[in-house]
Design a protein. Structure first.
Lengths: 99, 550
């Protein structure tokens, strides 16, 4: 199968994630959409790695996974602490900081 | 496909005798600034794990200060050893550049962090709770604000001493970020300095809901921006088949030596390069806080604990502009006719938007946030110069601006009423009559922000505008001067408010700080005045350091 098809899939996943970040209200879902974008990046990395015949992209994918894991730790900690304080994880309710 | 066979051969050699993998050659001495800071951060975690609570705060402060000072000494030693000029080279298998801009910006970040650590350690401003001194950070950040657990933590006199290791980890990332010489190091360094900052934003002692909200906003937008940066990196990797800066630059310039059929195919696809480059730029411009990626700046600056805001505003800008310069000047100089018009537009919009919106602000921290947006625009005019003067003037501006910012936010921590810091601008009326010294110091910082002669702000603005004009960006300079004039209006308005308005009844009072914050503010004033009165030495220093290695 032509590896370029995987690039199209990766671009599609990235777009779905990006749109999700912009339109979803729940902070957890927004964060899941960010993770979807990171996974789309990983798919692009391994596809390009295969096309070019070197391992840089695959190694990059490992680092992306590690960074995503660290981001989950930080992100869930922050989102959960906000949820415990407000009983809501909606990004629309968090609106104390305004002009 | 021939390339597929080469990939398979990478993991299908198991039948043969295992090949000897050469150990990577790491120049530990030249990476010592980063290693010292990381070591101090790990030591800080051990301190937090094993020392009794009452000893933790002084021990953490000492570890942070000694670690940052030692790392700065290492940077100075490297620069004195010629690594900024003739011995500049890519270290650690080409992953990290040791050159003039890297060392200059690392030194700046370390000095900024050293001064910021003083403000982190301040415990004299708030009245002691239950007989124990308190700092700007929450007693127990995991406890629900206003809940029983929080009251118990305050009563027990707990403090979040983890802020010091978190800050040190962030500093380590900021040291690597402007020195990163491949896209993998760039991405990892970005996350290493961003993740601790997200946590630090959530740790304010007062107004914890605001602080947590700021952290959520910063985190979600920051993660979104780094995902965009990462996809840009993926596309650039697809374009060039490598993630090293020099390799990509070779492919962009068309000077690559061996072209296999796949590379020839992807090299011909300019969409990969243009979209990938644009997405990486977006990620960096987000960290810089340039319009239209500035949305997070005012909210996060307002909600975060003020010492963290000062540190973040100063050090993040230094690190992010360093990375931006290296990307544009080392990786993408071959396509400067594509990115220069875009950066022109971003710089113009950023300067005007920051200056105009700041006029309407009613909160000191938000005012300083929009002013930082405007300053990002001024620095961008130096970036688009695409001349050696562009690099050195941007580095000088960053050094000058970061100390003004640190000092200004340190003054904000002093003006307090019963609810903590009084950041409402209306409450600052008549501050000059109540405490002339603090108001005068703040006025010096505001004048430096406005770019009045004899302050560092003027020298910095003059340098970047001169570089931009020499680089043929005269319209940009005109817009810059106009927006400086608009910005000067609201800086002067705050000065008028402080000195010529009558103080309100029951207005805020000025807390008497300990030696820590006094030192931080003093350093800010001294640097502002020295860089304003005698900038030549430091301009020369930045000029000597202004050559990237490839």
């Amino acid at each position: 199968m032509n590896p370029v098809n995987y690039l199209y899939l990766s671009a599609l996943l990235f777009t779905i994630g990006g749109v999700g970040v912009l339109i979803r209200r729940n902070a957890i879902v927004v964060f899941m959409c960010v993770e979807l974008m990171l996974n789309a990046c990983n798919l692009a990395f391994v596809t390009f790695s295969r096309m070019h015949g070197n391992l840089d992209g695959q190694i990059f994918a490992f680092f992306t996974m590690m960074v995503a894991a660290a981001e989950v730790v930080i992100g869930l900690a922050i989102i959960v602490s906000v949820f415990r304080a407000r009983r809501s994880a909606s990004v629309d309710d968090a609106s104390l900081l305004k002009l | 496909m021939s390339s597929a066979a080469t990939v398979h051969s990478l993991w299908m050699t198991a039948a043969d005798a295992p090949k000897r993998i050469p150990a990577p050659h790491i120049e530990y001495g030249q990476l010592s600034p980063v290693l010292i800071v990381l070591g101090a951060a790990v030591l800080g975690i051990l301190v937090d794990a094993f020392l009794p609570r009452r000893l933790r705060h002084p021990a953490q402060l000492m570890v942070a200060l000694v670690g940052l000072a030692a790392a700065f000494a290492a940077v100075v030693a490297l620069a004195a050893g010629g690594y900024a000029t003739d011995k500049a080279h890519p270290a650690a298998m080409g992953a990290v550049a040791v050159d003039g801009p890297a060392l200059f910006l690392q030194g700046t970040v370390l000095l900024v962090a050293l001064v910021a650590a003083f403000t982190f350690g301040e415990r004299r401003l708030d009245p002691a709770a239950h007989g124990r001194p308190v700092d700007s950070f929450a007693a127990q950040p995991a406890a629900v604000p206003g809940g029983e657990a929080e009251r118990a933590a305050v009563k027990a006199g707990w403090t979040t001493t983890e802020v010091f290791p978190l800050m040190l980890f962030a500093v380590a990332g900021m040291l690597v970020f402007p020195a990163a010489n491949d896209l993998l190091t760039l991405f990892v360094a970005l996350e290493v300095f961003s993740l601790p900052l997200y946590v630090l934003c959530a740790l304010a002692r007062r107004q914890r809901l605001l602080s947590q909200e700021a952290a959520v906003k910063y985190f979600l937008l920051g993660a979104f921006a780094s995902a965009i940066l990462l996809f840009g990196i993926a596309l650039l990797y697809g374009y060039a088949g490598t993630v090293t800066y020099s390799g990509i630059a070779d492919v962009v310039n068309g000077t690559v030596r061996t072209v296999d059929p796949v590379l020839a195919q992807t090299m011909g696809n300019d969409a990969l390069l243009l979209i990938g480059g644009a997405m990486v730029l977006m990620g960096l411009l987000f960290k810089v806080g340039a319009v239209p990626f500035h949305m997070w700046t005012p909210d996060v600056y307002q909600g975060a604990p003020t010492p963290v805001t000062g540190f973040m505003a100063a050090a993040t800008k230094v690190a992010a502009f360093g990375a931006l310069l290296r990307l544009l000047y080392v990786v993408l100089p071959g396509m400067r006719w594509d990115w220069r018009p875009v950066m022109w537009g971003v710089a113009i919009v950023t300067m005007l938007f920051g200056a105009v919106v700041a006029v309407t602000q009613t909160d000191v921290k938000r005012l300083l946030a929009y002013s930082s947006v405007a300053h990002a625009g001024f620095i961008l005019t130096g970036v688009v110069a695409t001349r050696p003067e562009g690099i050195s003037s941007v580095m000088f501006y960053l050094a000058a601006y970061s100390f003004v910012t640190l000092g200004a936010f340190a003054v904000v921590t002093l003006v307090r009423d019963a609810g903590g810091e009084a950041t409402q601008l209306s409450k600052w009326a008549g501050l000059g009559r109540r405490s002339p010294l603090v108001a005068a110091v703040f006025a010096v910082f505001l004048l430096a922000f406005a770019g009045i002669p004899l302050t560092s702000g003027f020298a910095g603005k003059f340098a970047v505008f001169k570089a931009a004009a020499q680089g043929g960006a005269v319209p940009l300079v005109i817009v810059g001067v106009v927006s400086s004039a608009i910005a000067a209006f609201f800086y002067i308005r705050v000065i008028v408010l402080m000195f010529f308005n009558a103080p309100e009844e029951g207005g805020p009072s000025v807390a008497v700080p300990s030696l820590l914050t006094s030192t931080a503010i003093g350093v800010g004033v001294v640097v502002t005045v020295v860089l304003g009165v005698a900038p030549q030495y430091f301009l020369n220093l930045a000029g000597q350091a202004g050559v990237f290695v490839r």
